[in-house]
Design a binder for this molecule. Sequence first.
Ligand SMILES: [Zn+2]
Length: 479
Amino acid sequence: MDIPKENFSDWYNAVIKEAELCDLRYNIKGFVVIMPNAADVISRMYRLYEDALERKGHRKSYFPALISEKNLEAEKEHVEGFAPEVFWVTKAGNNELEEKMIMRPTSETAMYPMYSLWINGRCDLPLKIYQSCQVWRYETKATKPLIRGREFYWIEAHNVFADEAGVLAQVKEDMETTEEMIHQSFGVPFIFFQRPQWDKFAGAVNTYAADTMMPDGKALQLPSTHNLGTNFAKVFNVKYMDDDGEEKLGWQTCYGPCISRIFAAIVSIHGDNKGIILPFHLANVQVVITPILRKEGADEVISFAQTITEQLSKKYKVVADFTENTPGFKYNFWELNGAAIRVEIGARDIESRKAVVVRRDTREKEFVPFEDLPKRIGEIGEEMNKSLREKADEWFATMLKEADTLEELKSAVENGGGFVKVPFCTDELEGESCAEKIKEECAANIRGSRYGVNEKPSGKKCIVCGKDATTYQYAARQY
Ligand SMILES: [Zn+2]
């Protein structure tokens, strides 16, 4: 890596290429090939996330990738929101299709008509189903691999409850799952914002989105969870016979963690000038053994390194680098690729019965007796996870700013960016014109109010129109 992380955009592109995460040479614009170095990590993230959802009562399904035009058009707001970005299928073989189809941009309109067939009585609720799949959206803005493209890999969970209380509890559970996975497990900090009414998911009552901050001060949306109320249930006839003999509408939520994008956030937030750094449990290579080979005693070093490799492989993902490259070359290569812990073994180490152990994040060295290696590596892995998370949290805290005037807001987003808290007239639809003004003047977007934090402005004026402020909203530049 020749590019410092301060030049984030160039650094990111270089890391994607040099660490062989994606190949951008695929010949359809906005579509990239995810290579094994990234795909293996993404698979691990999927497994962890799916386990977390299943522990909370979700069950897996696979729905078709194609949705009929009729389904898409059933929910008015939903179709308005998504129609501009769907890919259409209009021809099959030599035949023009009588009924056009779309490639799913999200699966409400694929799943809910089926839910209507599956749900009869109250005993069928709650219904909690998810699928792990690709979705396609015709993104017209500039694309960036894994951050914004026309195809992405996500999980979508779609739930039905008997009443609104079920919906509110599910939204809370989704937020807890987000904390458990993205913050605690992956070490990525975020804030849950309640999106203003003009920016909610098409067809939802309310949208809550977890936004993280990228190193260049621009916000990146991670999972969002949506209270759909009974909006979709009315359209798709998702009803149940209640115990009192009355037919009632189902109350719905959906939740969409985009795994490929969360991977991009992990790479961006934890990485450094040397390359990628991954939490220990996500790393493709948890331990890389680098034998230091000199002319004399090379055979002994190799055989000893093989023994250690075998031993550690019982517990960890281990690679031994027996290539003839110089130690310096090997260190750089494995640091670039995010190998979590390096174990160096040379002739002198065999004599002293200790290995040099170097962790990827701090590059601190320690000498560990051979017999302690299996245990100590696990401990270092945990220390690494904790300190990656803490370091990210500390940095994230410095990205929270405040402004009372448009000039202050502009200066904050132009100097390092971040989330800027501003007094604002309203998060109802009427507030959109003030949000537009912020976009024009500061190139920043209103992300919403901070969920679960009780902060109401008193005696403050809207940063744009000067009316009495009723809410604090957070503005940021965004991906
Ligand atoms: Zn205003």
